[in-house]
Design a protein around this ligand. Structure first.
Ligand code: COA
Length: 308
């Protein structure tokens, strides 16, 4: 069976940088507390979900050597759409000038891998080239006076192009999951701001990431020691370290962006992947493990073989 390959990637961050010291200037917190408990030094704030998505998508299309009209499906992962109706992907498609369909996926911070797996399932079945975007502006639903959440989040977008190819399939295994009974630990009601029980989310996140990645690696017929690059959801360096230790994946084979971005929800995995790819940290044939978790609680993971 013919397969699919990831042929382009890109990311976008708003210009405005908010440092830990900027937050400590008005909140009862400190740069030291935030760095030690989360690994975050600063985050970018601003822009809209649409603007950031369009910028990241243009970069991914350029990298793939494609025009917007070559794209026949846009899948946008977001939990902060600019409007409730229509789906945010409609405006993104119009601004870019893509052909074919467009849809939104909301699986919170695990959403990008959900979107990637959904797009992959359609490649070769009527869709030839898909643009998969993760874009979120969590700053708009953050209570900037609540130190337990304000220090964690930032705004960004990341995007990839997936193409149907005649060659082997690059997506070797994946896992998607949700435990909707855990919704109460992390949520945002209409017109409100994010509520989170951090300790509970932390505990469940490590467990979910480890078990999801183990399933995905097993389905792909590989183990953690064969992973050349792990691209985890960028929420907290301690969550990443705890999960990696259990999976047997060293930190020097892990993409980290959170120190400069904070938790950017749907954007975090494609942004960290784009940075690592631009830095030449993946070569053709390498195994790349993507994983995420988020409100829901949702989780997701996928193993890709890099290169066409
Ligand atoms: N600055 C200083 N102190 C803070 C603080 C801040 N920004 N935020 C919380 N604290 C305080 C708490 O009030 C608490 O004080 P107390 O002991 O007097 O009650 C103390 O620090 C410890 O709080 P706790 O929540 O146990 O800290 P923690 O080590 O669990 O770290 C998080 C808090 C939020 C960083 C951590 O739980 C976390 O990252 N959870 C997962 C969050 C996440 O990933 N969310 C997104 C999912 S997609």
């Amino acid at each position: 069976m013919s397969g699919a390959a990831l042929t382009g990637w890109g990311a976008a961050l708003p210009d405005k940088v908010v440092t830990n010291d900027d937050l400590a200037a008005y909140l009862d917190t400190s740069d030291q507390w935030i760095r030690e408990r989360t690994g975050i030094r600063e985050r970018h704030i601003g822009g809209t979900t649409t603007e950031l998505a369009v910028d990241a998508a243009r970069a991914a299309l350029a990298r793939a050597g494609l025009q917007p009209a070559d794209i026949d499906l846009v899948v946008l992962s977001t939990t902060t759409p600019d409007q409730m109706v229509p789906g945010n992907s409609a405006e993104i498609s119009a601004r870019l000038g893509t052909a074919g369909g467009a849809m939104d996926v909301n699986a919170a911070c695990a959403g990008f891998v959900y979107a990637l797996v959904a797009a992959h399932g359609l490649l070769g079945r009527g869709i030839e080239k898909a643009l998969v975007i993760g874009s979120d502006t969590l700053s708009r639903i953050t209570d900037w006076d609540d130190r337990s959440t304000a220090v964690l989040f930032g705004d960004a977008a990341g995007a990839v192009v997936m193409e149907h190819t005649g060659g082997a399939d690059q997506l070797l295994g994946w896992d998607l999951g949700v435990d909707g009974t855990a919704r109460r630990f992390l949520y945002c009601d209409h017109g409100s701001t994010l509520y989170m029980e951090g300790r509970e989310v932390f505990r469940r996140a490590v467990r979910a990431v480890v078990s999801s990645c183990e399933k995905t690696l097993q389905r792909a017929g590989v183990d953690g020691s064969q992973v050349a690059l792990c691209v985890p959801h960028q929420a907290n360096i301690r969550i990443i370290e705890a999960a990696n230790e259990r999976l047997g994946i060293p930190m020097d084979r892990t993409a980290i962006a959170l120190d400069r971005t904070g938790n950017t929800s749907s954007a975090s995995v494609p942004l960290a992947l784009a940075e690592a790819a631009d830095e030449g940290r993946v070569a053709d044939g390498d195994l790349v493990l993507l994983c995420g978790f988020g409100a829901g609680m949702t989780w997701s993971s996928a193993v890709l073989r890099w290169g066409k």
